[in-house]
Write a protein that binds this ligand. Structure first.
Ligand code: KG4
Ligand code: ZN
Length: 392
């Protein structure tokens, strides 16, 4: 079975094609493409939803074309009947540019046969999600195939199933029986900070989440205060490498001792703001060493609360394994803290491959594949909506 997956929940437009093996125990990656909008949003200091929507609408058809180019399978022309074209025009009513590009593409190109579409339907920026969902609906009409709607967060969780050789191997996933439950998943991204109990693939319960800013968002905001461009996470983490402990620069560990799994990063961000203000008042513009010291202390504060609460969940639920996923899982200091602590406690730690930390569509295909294995039924294209605040 050949599956095309689509991701447009935030500022990455992504399309992948995978092919499952005959007994649906594993799959092969045929193509996996992402266009990042980071540069475009950088000047706004964060993701600007209307702009993200416009860029997704512009990027999807060229990505689709490139994806089919990468597929060596036999291709055929699909002649779109007037009735089909009319139906797609209605679906893409709000993305007329995508409609024109899509029709022109099918008129001029042969394509391989797609048996199922998978698409992120939430959580994320609603205008951005809708572009992907409407594109998925259009393709499902063209290929006369069903759609499986996928939760973006389930995509991040299952991204750790992709093995080191996923790009070239006929079996992109680790053997599924290698994983034991219960697991705890820590999802840390620009939009989310959640601790999730994973009782099995597809069986998730949120134990706690942030009550204000997501941890990635706090990294981005602090970076901005320090004069670094969006996305600030990688820049803070780089600056922190040169940071030194300094008794004059200390930040709180919010909710460290609260007896639950909730987080709060807004207060931490505000303390950084006050500290920068005070230091600038005393000494003028911050020098690079002070910036590094602030970055280091901020990173330590964020890491400490993430670590303490996650380990508490592992103990309470007698979890055997920990998954850390989402964009912030690319942070070397945070992951090294978790590596030490899980090793000490004999807990398996699963992190996504480097390319899988940020948003992508292969993780959506992986989550969908796991849904198929557990016999979750795909649905007809007319019944799918984007849900910005989708929960498990
Ligand atoms: O999962 P993701 O690509 O998109 C969302 O769904 O949000 O995560 C992006 C977030 C941004 O806030 C970015 O600053 C953060 O991940 N990030 C990092 C690092 N790399 C990316 N944060 C801290 N350290 C990093 N190395
Ligand atoms: Zn994400």
């Amino acid at each position: 079975m050949k599956i095309l997956s689509i991701e447009t929940s935030c500022d990455e437009t992504a399309i992948s094609i995978i092919e499952t093996n005959s007994d649906i125990t594993n799959f092969k990656v045929i193509s996996d493409l992402v266009i990042s909008q980071i540069e475009i949003h950088a000047e706004y200091g964060g993701v600007f939803p209307a702009l993200a929507k416009r860029e997704h609408a512009k990027n999807l058809v060229p990505l689709l074309a490139e994806s089919f180019k990468k597929d060596p399978a036999n291709k055929e022309k699909i002649d779109l009947l007037p009735k089909t074209t009319k139906e797609i025009k209605e679906i893409l009513e709000r993305e007329p540019e995508t409609f024109d590009m899509l029709i022109a593409f099918f008129k001029n190109n042969k394509v391989s046969k797609i048996d199922m579409i998978m698409v992120t339907y939430g959580p994320g920026l609603a205008p951005a999600l809708w572009v992907g969902v409407n594109f998925a609906r259009s393709l499902s009409v063209i290929f006369n195939c069903p759609i499986l709607p996928i939760n973006h967060m389930e995509g991040h969780i299952t991204s750790i199933l992709l093995n080191d050789n996923y790009k070239i191997s006929d079996e992109a996933l680790y053997p599924i029986s290698d994983f034991t439950f219960p697991m705890i998943a820590l999802l840390i991204s620009g939009g989310h900070t959640q601790i999730i109990l994973v009782r099995d693939w597809g069986n998730y319960k949120i134990l706690g989440e942030t009550i204000d800013d997501a941890v990635g968002e706090a990294f981005d905001k602090v970076a901005r205060m320090l004069g670094m461009k969006y996305p600030g996470g990688p820049k803070i983490s780089k600056a922190a490498e040169n940071g030194k402990e300094n008794g004059n620069i200390t930040f709180p560990r919010p909710m460290l001792h609260s007896d639950d799994y909730r987080f709060s990063f807004s207060g931490l961000k505000t303390s950084v703001r006050y500290k920068i203000r005070d230091l600038e008042k005393e000494n003028g513009k911050l020098d690079n060493q002070t910036i590094s010291n602030i970055a280091r202390e901020f990173e330590h504060a964020a890491a400490e609360v993430l670590l303490k609460k996650t380990m508490k969940a592992i103990n309470e639920y007698s979890a055997t394994s920990l998954i850390i996923a989402g964009g912030v899982s690319a942070n070397k200091f945070i992951t090294s803290e978790f590596k030490n602590e899980t090793k000490k406690n004999n807990i398996n730690l699963y992190l996504p491959e480097k390319n899988m930390c940020g948003d992508n569509s292969l993780m959506i295909a992986t989550a969908g594949f796991m849904n198929l294995r557990s016999k979750k039924a795909p649905i007809p294209q007319c019944e799918i909506d984007a849900v910005g605040n989708l929960k498990f």
